[in-house]
Design a protein around this ligand. Structure first.
Ligand code: FES
Length: 107
């Protein structure tokens, strides 16, 4: 289990113990974290699982793939340098304490 904190647009936060190997998206859905729609179920075609990774953590994640990069251009909320698709980020022990912000809209 790896501790992940999701921060909502209203600044409230939820910290969850996510299963290693799951995606951030699945961790959010499993723990009832609102704001991540994930229309495509994690197949990297919808971009409704957009999150902003806390700057301190952005460099610790695997790089953005070409497919993810293309989808990030179509997010409903503004794409920022720390934007990621949460279905493409795998939970692992090295990410313990990761903080991500949920955008104010996904579609
Ligand atoms: S859940 Fe559809 S792109 Fe992530």
């Amino acid at each position: 289990m790896t501790t992940i904190t999701f921060i909502h647009p209203d600044k409230s936060s939820q910290t969850v113990d996510a299963a290693d190997g799951d995606s951030l998206m699945l961790a959010a859905l499993t723990h009832g974290v609102d704001g991540i729609v994930a229309e495509c179920g994690g197949n990297a075609v919808c971009a409704t699982c957009h999150v902003y990774v806390d700057d301190a953590w952005a460099a610790k994640l695997d790089p953005v793939s070409d497919d993810e990069d293309a989808l990030l251009d179509g997010t409903a909320a503004e794409r920022l340098p720390n934007s990621r698709l949460s279905c493409q980020v795998k939970v692992q022990p090295s990410l313990a304490g990761l903080v991500v912000r949920i955008p104010d809209k996904q579609s």
